[in-house]
Every structure is written in structure tokens, then in C-alpha cells.
Ligand binder design. Structure first.
Ligand code: ADE
Length: 257
């Protein structure tokens, strides 16, 4: 999968993504990540990319043309690799995400959906935003990473690249772990323990030492349900429990409430 990040701060994005699992996946060829500096597409000699908003108001806006040219440069590369031409209307054969608090809130389902793309363009705004006209021409998806306002789209873009990349085949060494972790099936992950068997007087739950795989699986599933109920009850509503699990959970509630 190829990520193309349009930004005024390319080093920030690349420095944040070249370490650990994502950095390794890039080196191994499972992913490519490029940060394109929008300032390189400034059309005046001062290389400025911002200007005052018409109608007044606080702050500066990113101008349409540099954003458009930076996007067009990336789009052209993708089109030529795909062996297809076509200008004019928004090209829907690849998606361009604008990171904005006004977007749909990013979640695991959206990450799974975007992980199917071969190319993904992420557009990071700064200052008070970007001239609306260029957004209308190039953006296919508006995405927020949560209901708070950041100073720019770079951190949200990095969050998206991280969450999407770990779903790309080969990025995590064991594909099982991407499948079974938090949020799969809308349940949070069960608690985990490693050596020693006793630490600060706390013992590892005996079932985990039993070697009985079916019991361990059952215990983990139950712990996931309890944990989701306690920490994110909103997620539990979306989760499909079996009749047996529903019965067990009713009994657990009676005992523990
Ligand atoms: N830009 C500023 N705040 C943001 C947020 N919460 N999500 C995505 N992009 C943003």
C-alpha cells in the first residue's frame, strides 16, 4: 500500500513514521510512505502558501493553487502507474482524505475499509484551514480522529497511517494478532500476563497456566466482555454475543452488580 501525505511539515510526518513496526514494513517493501511538501508548489518567489480569508476573520488560509498542484503531482504519478489518463473531475479511482475535525470520526471499520486501497492521499491542513474550492475538487473523504481541535492534520495523518498499515498483509509478523486484538468484534482485548507468575503479590490467573486451550479461550472471551462493559459500554451494544454468552453475562451481572 502506498501513502502520499501532502503537508507543510514533511519531516514531522516522516520522522514519526520511520521507526518501529511501520519503519520496518517500509524497509521490507510492504508499504511506501512519501511526504510531499506543499510549499514546493508555491507559485510566488517568497514561497508563501497562505493568505488572508475573504470577508475577514482570524488567521490565515492555505491557498488553493499550491495544494492543487501538489495533489496533481501525486495524482499524476498514481495515474501513470495505473496506466490511465484523465483530468478534470475528481478522480475516484483513488481516494484523497482531508484531515479535519469536520470529518467522519475515524474508527477500526474505516481503517479496515481504507486498508483495501492501493494508494491513499492524505491532505494535512494548517493555519485556519484550506480554501474551500480546492477541497471541492480533490477531496473524496473528510476524516476526523476525534472531537478535539489540533493545530494541523499531521498527527491525525500519522494516526491513520499507523492504524491502516498494521492491517496490510505482512506488516505485522503474525496476521493473527491484527485479527484478534482490541475492537475486532467490537470487544476490547482481554488482560494479558507474562513472567513472573507472581509480581507485587499479584498472581497470574490460574486458568492461563493450565494449558487447557478451550478454557483459556473461554476465559479470555469472558474477560473481553467484562472489560468492554466496564470501560466502553457503548461498544458492547454493537457486539454480537452468542446466546450462551448472553446467559453467562446476565449471571455475571447479577453476581457482580
Ligand atoms: N485537524 C485538526 N484537528 C483535527 C482532528 N481532530 N482530526 C483530524 N484533523 C484535524
Amino acid at each position: 500500500m502506498n501513502f502520499h501525505i501532502l503537508t507543510l511539515f514533511p519531516e514531522m510526518v516522516m520522522n514519526g513514521l520511520n521507526t518501529s513496526i511501520i519503519g520496518r514494513a517500509v524497509n521490507a517493501g510492504h508499504l511506501s510512505i512519501e511526504a510531499v511538501n506543499i510549499r514546493d508548489y508555491a507559485f510566488n518567489k517568497h514561497q508563501s502558501v497562505d493568505d488572508y480569508p475573504y470577508g475577514g476573520g482570524a488567521g490565515m488560509l492555505m491557498q488553493a493553487e499550491p495544494v492543487y498542484l501538489a495533489h496533481e503531482a501525486v495524482a499524476e504519478k498514481i495515474r501513470s502507474r495505473k496506466g490511465a489518463a484523465g483530468h478534470g473531475e475528481t478522480d475516484r479511482r483513488f481516494r484523497t482524505v482531508y484531515l479535519s475535525p469536520q470529518g467522519s470520526v475515524f474508527d477500526q471499520k474505516m481503517a479496515e475499509n481504507l486498508a483495501q486501497e492501493e494508494d491513499l492521499i492524505l491532505l494535512c491542513g494548517h493555519y485556519e484551514g484550506i480554501d474551500e474550492r480546492v477541497l471541492e475538487e480533490i477531496v473524496t473523504d473528510y476524516v476526523s480522529i476525534g472531537d478535539y481541535v489540533l493545530t494541523g492534520g499531521e498527527l491525525p495523518a500519522m494516526v491513520m497511517v499507523d492504524a491502516i498499515s498494521r492491517l496490510v498483509p505482512g506488516v505485522l509478523h503474525n496476521d493473527v494478532s491484527a485479527e484478534f486484538e482490541s475492537f475486532q468484534d467490537s470487544l476490547l482485548e482481554y488482560p494479558q500476563y507474562s513472567r513472573p507468575e507472581e509480581w507485587h503479590g499479584k498472581k497470574v490467573p490460574p486458568v492461563l497456566l493450565s494449558g487447557h486451550h478451550a478454557n483459556i479461550e473461554k476465559w479470555r472471551r469472558e474477560q473481553s466482555i467484562i472489560r468492554t462493559y466496564e470501560r466502553r459500554p457503548d461498544l458492547l451494544e454493537k457486539c454480537e454475543l452468542t446466546e450462551k454468552e448472553k446467559k453467562w453475562f446476565r449471571e455475571w451481572l447479577e453476581e457482580n452488580m
